[in-house]
Design a protein around this ligand. Structure first.
Ligand code: AMP
Ligand code: GLY
Length: 410
């Protein structure tokens, strides 16, 4: 079967790496891909949020399955259009992707269904939220309602900071109460009928060690999450995931694909922080390392509404992924710097997934984005996986990058 993957980050490299291992995979195409993906798939230049461009490509080729990596094409309606053509596509429709596309939509759904989440108010504009933020008890959480590429959230310790965050938002906003507790990420696959529970993960969102510095898309991951016990996971499935899927099904917009719940583990039990309608990045890198099943069969079964037929099994080992980012990230990253000795890292038995990489004119690997590499290792426990991931990352010769030294330790 010929497969098209949309996206070009570390998540998509991990997906392509796993799809390539399936005997069912014929031609594997990735748009736009990156220098690492080019080793396992054919990279094509395509505007993946342009629904017409994606459907034209799929029609002109013999694509039997489309796997959507990032949220942009989902919210734009790529899955709706492909289904209209009878092409199996992994991911939710635009209506169901509102779970990530609009924080206000999700908060309203949670309120109506009694799903545990922080108290909130929606405002049509930043200006109309001004007074509310100025007098809100602290800390106050200020969020842009729409997609913001992981940068639309501020947890403000002062009302002035909250107002400054508000001033940066163009469009509707959601103001929330601040929850506290450890965070965990929970992943489930669903075809609208069957729910398949995937391993959990713990992200490290701040740029620097000891959870300091600005928020990023994620600087490293441990899977499974050391905090989400089976009992807490089951509680989150019953009180958060199932009522959400029920509400969407009752609204006539059933959810299909992977649902990624960001949870806060509070003394009152798990509460929903946010939903994403895709795999996490770098969570997918850790998950793919632990997956023993056939990813083509699983994603195709999910897209075709027969998820109950596809068995996923998981390595009991722990995965640790450490992100190697370009200096300047999450602000303006310095790109174009040369990266050497990736092979020496891989020789230790880790997977080095590429995110923002390309080859320069001389064929050298160079940084081409904020997050650049995701070094992913398995071990019998988190300590062993950490040791291996860090031993490998130290083999890489790159002067333009930085990474956190404490992934899996905090
Ligand atoms: P998000 O982009 O929604 O994942 O938010 C980014 C981060 O902001 C989360 O991982 C949390 O650490 C934090 N956050 C979001 N909402 C809240 C909240 N209501 N209370 C406390 N922290 C929050
Ligand atoms: N690592 C966080 C995310 O993918 O949203």
């Amino acid at each position: 079967m010929d497969i098209l993957v949309l996206g070009g980050g570390g998540r998509e490299h991990a997906l392509c790496w796993k799809l390539r291992q399936s005997e069912r995979t014929g031609r594997l195409v990735c748009a736009p891909g990156n220098a690492g993906i080019a080793a396992v798939a054919e990279c094509v230049d395509l505007d993946i949020t342009d629904v017409a461009a994606v459907t034209a490509f799929v029609r002109a080729n013999t694509i039997g399955l489309v796997v959507v990596g990032p949220e942009g094409p989902l919210v734009a309606g790529v899955v709706d259009a492909l289904r209209g053509l009878g092409i199996p596509a992994f991911g939710p429709t635009a209506a169901a992707a509102q779970l990530e596309g609009s924080k206000g939509f999700t908060k309203d759904l949670c309120r109506a269904a009694g799903i545990p989440t922080a108290g909130y108010r929606r405002f049509k504009s930043a200006a109309s939220a001004h007074h509310y933020v100025a007098v809100h008890p602290l800390p106050v959480v200020v969020k842009a309602d729409g997609l913001a590429g992981g940068k639309g959230v501020t947890v403000a310790e002062t009302n002035e900071e909250g107002l400054a965050a508000l001033a940066d938002i163009d469009g509707p906003v959601v103001i929330e109460q601040c929850l506290s507790g450890p965070e965990a990420s929970l992943f489930v696959l669903t075809d609208g009928k069957t729910i398949s529970i995937w391993p959990s993960a713990q992200d490290h969102k701040r740029a620097f060690d000891d959870d300091t510095g600005p928020n990023t898309g994620g600087m490293g991951v441990v899977s499974p999450s050391p905090r989400l016990t089976d009992a807490l996971r089951d509680q989150a499935i019953e009180t958060i995931i199932k009522p959400t899927l029920k509400a969407l099904a009752e609204a006539g917009t059933p959810y299909t694909g992977v649902l990624y719940a960001g949870l806060m583990l509070t003394p009152q039990g798990p509460q929903l922080i946010e939903y994403n309608c895709r795999f996490g990045d770098p969570e997918a890198q850790a998950l793919m390392l632990r997956l023993d099943g056939d990813l083509v069969e699983i994603l195709l079964a999910c897209a075709e509404g027969r998820l109950h037929e596809a068995a996923a099994s998981w390595s009991a080992e722990t995965a640790v992924t450490v992100v190697y980012a370009a200096m300047g990230y999450p602000g303006a990253p310095i790109t174009g710097t040369v990266i050497d000795e990736v092979e020496a890292a891989e020789a230790l038995g880790v997977q080095v997934f590429h995110a923002g990489t390309r080859r320069n004119a001389a064929g050298k690997l160079v940084a081409a984005g904020g997050r650049v590499l995701a070094i992913s290792a398995l071990g019998h426990d988190v300590g062993e996986a950490r040791s291996l991931a860090y031993a490998a990352i130290r083999k890489i010769r790159w002067h333009g990058g930085f990474y956190r030294r404490d992934i899996g330790r905090v």
